[in-house]
Design a protein around this ligand. Sequence first.
Ligand code: SAM
Length: 382
Amino acid sequence: MESLIAKIQQEAASANYVERKKLLDTLRDLQYSIEAPEEAMQRVIHMNLHFASIRTALDLNLFNDIIDSAEPLTVDHLAAKHSADPLLLVRILRYLASLGVIKETGRDTFTSTPYTYNLAKPEIQAGLYVYFDMCNQTFAEMPRYLKETGYKNPTSFTDGIFQRAYKTDLHTFAWVHGDPVRSAHFNHFMKAQRGSQAKCFGFYPFDEESKGWPSEKPLFVDVGGGAGYQTAAFKEQFPNLPGRVVLQDLPEPVEDAKSVVPEDVERMVHNFFGPQPIKGAKYYYLRMILHDHTDENSIKILSNLVPAMDKDSLILLDEMVLPSEHVDEASTQMDLTMMTFHSSMERSEEQWAKLAAAVGLKIKKVVMYAPGFNLGVVACGL
Ligand SMILES: C[S@@+](CC[C@H](N)C(=O)[O-])C[C@H]1O[C@@H](n2cnc3c(N)ncnc32)[C@H](O)[C@@H]1O
């Protein structure tokens, strides 16, 4: 057994992303093939409890306490620090240890595992807040909504799963940005989202395509650019490309971007459901925007860009481009999350081409840049 484990660890250490993912899927299938029916049930019915316990530990900052300490920490120490009941704390901590989130080193004493380190990163914690505090309720609503609506693919952005879950008629982002804590978590989460994956800037030929671009003209407009993490990465990759760089979003993310993007980036509040004010840019870059929107709204967003384009302009959709079969777990879970949150979806190249054609655009090229993740840049022009 020991040598088998060592062999698998060795394989994992030298594997590339695709091989590593295949290994993880194989190990998962192996686990499922050896578990008894009630073990399968126990695993599934406690998925939410696993997350709820992590979420409770986050409120108490326990993961950071544990990784910041050179020595294992006792429950009494943690209970005194956070004015918590030691009995309550030990019940949560021993559950987390049983899941491998932390490690029990002796009676009521705990230290870190690699999982603890991952959960102690601020941008990862922002993702946990977003999913626990915002998405969970929409996941819980999904079966009821689909049953009530006759198992039709949801397409309403005013009466979708999200609106039923939160008893609101607000669009998701109006609801998210309507609360400063939610908005800050969401904007910060965008840093972690796909954070360990390649970015398109090292793959799409920005420098080659924009050779000789006049420096007074807009080069790169990050439409719905959030707190500016992609704009900042673009500037870092291409510090000397000529032309203006503009970040657009709703007021809260544009404010948050102040500390993220360099000073020469123009920050602009702009609602992408209105006409695009920056005319003739080389690139209108939309990362993870249309996956938040139904076809109907995606067409509205694109229609507001088309009049601003000239013959050299391109709309770059930095999105998932799904294969027609064997779609992986990360892509399918994002697709269904988009369904519950926005009545929207992840799309295939054929579906992107249909959207582009609906506003008179053609796909000029598709550059896939993160093997195993289905991420690509779909470049659309006149
Ligand atoms: C999934 S996030 C993507 C953010 C950024 N593009 C990235 O990849 O990190 C979607 C973004 O769209 C913005 N957004 C939503 N509705 C908008 C609107 N009507 N006008 C402009 N931005 C909007 C949100 O504030 C959010 O920052």
